[in-house]
Design a protein around this ligand. Structure first.
Ligand SMILES: O=C(COP(=O)(O)O)NO
Length: 250
């Protein structure tokens, strides 16, 4: 039985006071069984040390993306050694906003995923199609290409530290959540891809989580889907509603 996984992607939100309030009034009040569900939240880089020092120990800290370069003359970047040095266990990679606004290609996402795993980080690897790709029937081809770019870089064993996040771009921040059936269809495709491309162990053990306008109102129906193992939550992760979403997976 796969343990559920609920991630909170705080994106580029919050002043330090808002982060402190969110941690103190929502995150540190979460009660869940760590044997049933794993929870990680991803503040902006600047807030990570404060969050690490003040968050309840049942909730893990993730970073959002970053270039994960080596240390050195890379002005403005953050290196994977520095992430490791702070003991941060998770990184979100391949998010559609990085692909859309910062030109992150499938190949870049694949290479970043390998770098993160080579340094024993755990990776939430995001995949998902745009509305036009869905409407033209290209959803599975798009997802397959995104997954293949990661496969190219990883050993079979490294998949044990990967959570796949299916985030249809048309559902992110729009309020247009995929229906449970739509989500299950793509999750089942990803599960089948894991079986045929990586192997039975990855098929059975890899968590495939859904992201895209998850709220306290739709989480319970989504989590009932057999190949849906949790969520990667954006807007609702910044609100008390996050507690209800975690509860749906607990
Ligand atoms: O981008 C998202 C989802 O964002 P929303 O929940 O706001 O749609 N997760 O990484």
């Amino acid at each position: 039985m796969r343990r559920y996984f609920v991630g909170g992607n705080w994106k580029c939100n919050n002043t330090i006071a808002q982060t402190q309030s969110l941690i103190n009034t929502v995150i540190n009040k979460l009660v869940f069984d760590i044997n049933k569900v794993e929870v990680a939240v991803a503040p902006i880089f600047l807030h990570v040390p404060w969050v690490q020092a003040n968050i309840q120990k049942n909730v893990q800290v993730a970073i959002q993306n970053s270039s994960l370069t080596k240390m050195g003359a890379y002005t403005g970047e953050i290196s994977v050694e520095q992430v490791k040095d702070l003991g941060i266990p998770w990184v979100i990679l391949g998010h559609s906003e990085r692909r859309q606004y910062y030109g992150e290609t499938n190949e870049i996402v694949g290479k970043k995923t390998r770098i993160a795993l080579d340094y024993q980080l755990n990776v939430m690897a995001c995949v998902g199609e745009k509305l036009a790709e869905r409407e033209s029937g290209q959803t599975t081809q798009v997802i397959q290409a995104q997954l293949n770019s990661i496969k190219k870089e990883l050993t079979t064993e490294q998949w044990a530290k990967v959570v796949v996040a299916y985030e249809p771009v048309w559902a992110i921040g729009t309020g247009k959540t995929a229906s449970p059936e739509q989500a299950q269809e793509v999750h089942a495709f990803i599960r089948g891809w894991l079986k045929s491309q990586i192997g039975t162990q990855a098929e059975q053990a890899t968590r495939i989580i859904y992201g895209g306008s998850v709220t306290e109102k739709n989480a319970a129906d989504l989590i009932k889907q057999p190949d849906l193992d949790g969520f990667l939550v954006g807007g609702a992760a910044l609100k008390p509603a996050f507690a209800d979403i975690v509860a749906a997976a607990n």
